[in-house]
Design a protein around this ligand. Structure first.
Ligand code: GLN
Length: 290
């Protein structure tokens, strides 16, 4: 393509044709130019300098090869936060904001609560809760050091100081710490699900997506051990697949949780299950243990 310098409008329509998606074409050009997307409209007749055109062409090639937009640009919005994401982290999904909403409903604004986010990835859930409940203390774990580094950079970028990032699998690094609320968006896709070989999922960390033949291996571990780290009157909330609501509530019930429910996402699919913990087990004094 040895065309003379093109203008923004022309570059966008060429890219839209190649990618089959106008939004992707705009997001990538805005990224190449380091401008907001709205700038492109106002400057449609501006010439696109050749070095920017070359940079844009490379981005389009990456996208044509299937790479997710969030990994190409290294960013994804979640809640009110613009987050760094890398291939070490899952790309935050809008439906996961439901988990944040349900946790916030159970976190009073006038009291410091202790919150645990298991498998934090980019830190999306922990940081959203931390931002909304600045007096609370959040602990966020991940088995991936690379993911934790991304999450810590996200915390620093947003000046969020009430999250403590801890390395390890699920509850392993937590000793006998106690929490008022435990949240998680664990891996929950069946390991044989053909979707894992399609679209963005091909580029995301398998350890953040798949969890055994029925997708429930990690959820089983989380539900089994959560009671050891919850104060009486505590809550466990976790995300799962649209067809896993019944299984999720069954696991919660068998582990001793009560007031079980499953909330639906904006597309009316089962997405988050939750249970109330009333037992004095590992954590004795309600909402006051260290
Ligand atoms: N919600 C993601 C998907 O189905 C999976 C994320 C996860 O396993 N936690 O694409």
């Amino acid at each position: 393509m040895n065309r003379p310098a093109s203008n923004i409008r022309r570059a966008l329509s060429d890219a839209t044709q190649r990618l089959g998606d106008r939004v992707d074409a705009e997001v990538l050009l805005a990224y190449a130019l380091d401008k907001p997307r709205s700038w492109l409209i106002a400057h449609a007749d501006d010439l696109l300098p050749l070095d920017y055109a070359a940079a844009y062409a490379l981005l389009i090639e990456q996208r044509e090869a299937g790479e997710p937009i969030a990994y190409i640009t290294g960013r994804r919005g979640f809640w009110s936060l613009d987050l760094e994401v890398t291939p070490a982290t899952l790309i935050p999904r809008p439906e996961t904001e439901l988990l944040v909403e349900l946790a916030l409903e159970r976190l009073p604004t006038d009291r410091a609560c202790r919150v645990l986010d298991l498998g934090t990835g980019s830190g999306a859930i922990a940081l959203a809760i931390a931002r909304e409940r600045p007096a609370s203390k959040i602990v966020a774990t991940d088995a991936s050091i690379d993911a934790l580094e991304v999450a810590q950079r996200n915390a620093r970028r947003h000046h969020i100081g009430n999250v403590n990032f801890v390395h390890g699998e699920w509850f392993a690094p937590l000793g006998d710490s106690c929490f008022d609320i435990i949240v998680s968006n664990p891996p929950y896709i069946e390991s044989g699900d053909p979707h894992l070989q399609q679209g963005d999922l091909r580029f995301e960390p398998m350890s953040a997506l798949a969890s055994g033949t029925d997708g429930l291996d990690d959820i089983r571990r989380i539900v089994r051990d959560a009671g050891l780290h919850l104060v009486p009157d505590g809550w466990l909330l976790f995300e799962h697949g649209w067809h896993q609501g019944d299984a999720a509530r069954m696991l919660l019930r068998d582990a001793g949780f009560v007031e079980l429910s499953t909330a639906r996402d904006l597309e009316q699919r089962d997405r988050v299950s939750l249970g109330h913990w009333l037992v004095s087990s590992g954590c004795h004094s309600p909402r006051s243990s260290a």
